[in-house]
Design a binder for this molecule. Sequence first.
Ligand code: HEC
Ligand SMILES: [Cu+2]
Length: 323
Amino acid sequence: MLQRLTYPLLVSLCACAGEQSAFSGYSEGAARVAKLTWIMVGGGGLILLLVVVLTAIALFGPLSWRQKLRGESVVIGLGMVFPVVVLTALLFYGFVLLRLEAAPEFSGEMLRIEVVGEQWWWRVIYHHPDGSTTESANELRFPVGQPVELTLTTADVIHSFWLPAYGGKVDMIPGRTNYLRFLPTHPGVTRGQCAEYCGGAHALMAFYAVALSAEEFVQWRARERANAVVAADDSAAQTFLANGCGGCHRVRGTPAEGVIGPDLTHVGSRLSLGAGILSADHQGFRDWLARHQRIKPENRMPAYDILNDAELDSLAAYLVALK
Ligand code: HEC
Ligand SMILES: [Cu+2]
């Protein structure tokens, strides 16, 4: 019996900690939702315990106790007054706790980031204070202490943006713009995932969020806005262009101006490749180029089986250096 329970218990624990936990509460709002969740779980547990004890008494208790339980006052008290009082209190507590429109954290300047769901990766567009924009993919960076507004749209089918440590799920629906606002309070690296089945590689459509301190964010943003540093005679850059990579990928500051796939201008400084699948180091780039259709079947980048070992290494070195 105990063994049979172990597995589901372990599975349920997996959701309570780690980089993709809904209990982290790394933003104002997520912390309030996590608090309400624990109150519900704790309160529900206590009430369940009470019911079990009363049931045991009703079945096996001494006669005098059983008779008391049958009394009208118990039925009215526990059966009507108790639920009405508890549920009403919970309702108003919930109203107060989750008061969204009055949330003070959304005053002040918002950091605006557009996230576009694509089969099967995330296009991320940063809006800078001077009105310019730059693109990235599969990774969000924001500072703690400044409210963030995500604009969520899709380029194709319905996706669902889910970054549990900071906010709830929000669908990305064709023809609509949805918003997700949160005030990050904890720095750190957390993971998000597409939460709405969107075709073939849906399960491999994840991303990372990196919450930085305010100063780190300013430094990061300056690097991110700069063009890629590539020597004009870089032979790997020539290999990149000669193989048509620039038809789909942009490397700002080079002739690669494609917009179909992820912007690779600073891909070497990101945490992952292929939407949270591989790490962005030499081996990761090499694996992606050599066999991405096996690692992430059906993804929209054509297979490049034609590249030989030397070309794979030189392309991987080129991409790693795009910091
Ligand atoms: C027909 C368009 C197309 C061409 C040509 C193409 N790619 Fe891609 N590439 C994509 C798409 C789409 C993705 C996103 C795949 C996914 O994660 O689902 C991608 C993903 C990538 C990634 C991972 C980026 C990230 O942020 O996750 C790298 C690196 C990459 N491509 C490099 C290359 C290189 C190098 C070449 C040339 C040898 C190339 N690509 C040619 C469309 C293309
Ligand atoms: Cu999906």
